[in-house]
Design a protein around this ligand. Structure first.
Ligand SMILES: O=C(O)CCC(=O)C(=O)O
Length: 276
């Protein structure tokens, strides 16, 4: 996806430039937009049959998740509009969502070196009601720092079209570049709503402030969020041991964190070093 804003001035119509970027590939352009503005839309590359299958499996998985943990219990913790680690319930299609080649390519452009999946969450923005992601936040919450390269990137897969009516995601562009949350006046002036289609991902630098909007439509708006981080951050829920392992390639195992266990002891650490 190219950046949403296109300049009326041709790129070569400039002066005084010693260093310029010359991206001409959609994924490189998206990565560049995320570096500069903190967000971009990236196509999943899934077929329409796959997109419909994901939509149906989302609801089936949610029903099973709710049966397992109990609706009242989830609601008592304000967890009833989330599904934690849905790939643990339904390996497919949720593993495919985390391994979409376009997403891994963009994340690989943004995070230097190795990265792992830190968390996967189903997100439900309920029709006509508030929910836990409808407040401004970073996906590394409580963190107030800036880095010259991203340490964490999130990819929000749109199960449904995201529109202004159903409360599509709002972002504060470039807010990953400043430690503090901006003033209300700044947010009112600069926040924008990113309307993406079902089958696309909204990819953000995790430090860019974002929120779901209020869903004024009559249907829930569904999404699946993925947070990818450098391997030094612990996973929200430990993925190795909690997901189906069959059929995973070595690269996929690495992305799920199988290659980065915390050694259980000094002895285990030294033994692992000795094997290198
Ligand atoms: O529902 C949305 O549009 C935003 C989801 C979100 O902020 C999150 O999962 O971190």
């Amino acid at each position: 996806m190219p950046p949403q804003e296109t300049s009326p001035i041709p790129a070569n119509n400039a002066y005084g430039i010693l260093h310029g970027d010359t991206w001409d590939d959609a994924l490189l352009l998206a990565a560049d937009q995320i570096r500069r503005l903190g967000y971009a839309i990236v196509d999943s590359g899934f077929s329409s049959t796959e997109i419909t299958d994901i939509e149906q499996k989302f609801d089936m998985t949610r029903a099973e998740y709710t049966r397992t943990w109990g609706e009242d219990h989830l609601e008592s913790m304000d967890e009833h509009n989330s599904m934690r680690l849905p790939m643990a319930v339904s390996p497919e299609p949720f593993r495919n969502l985390a391994f979409a080649p376009n997403i891994l390519s963009v994340v690989g452009q943004l995070i230097d070196g190795q990265f792992i999946l830190n968390q996967q969450n189903g997100v439900i923005n309920p029709a006509g009601a508030a929910y836990n992601q409808g407040l401004w936040h970073r996906d590394l919450p409580y963190q107030h720092f800036v880095t010259n390269v991203p340490l964490a990137v999130n990819a929000l897969y749109c199960v449904d079209d995201f529109t202004s009516e159903n409360g599509g995601t709002w972002v504060i562009p470039a807010s990953h570049k400043t430690p503090n949350y901006p003033s209300d006046a700044y947010v009112s002036a600069h926040a924008l709503q990113v309307n993406a289609k079902a089958g696309q991902y909204i990819v953000l630098d995790c430090m860019a402030y974002h929120t779901g909007g209020f869903n004024r439509s009559t249907a829930d708006r569904r999404a699946v969020n993925h947070v990818y981080t450098i391997p030094y951050f612990s996973q929200q829920i430990r993925i190795p041991g909690n997901v189906e392992e069959s059929g995973l390639t070595p690269d996929q195992r690495r992305i799920l964190g199988f290659d980065f266990p915390s050694p259980q002891s000094v002895d285990a650490y030294l033994s692992a070093r000795a094997r290198k």
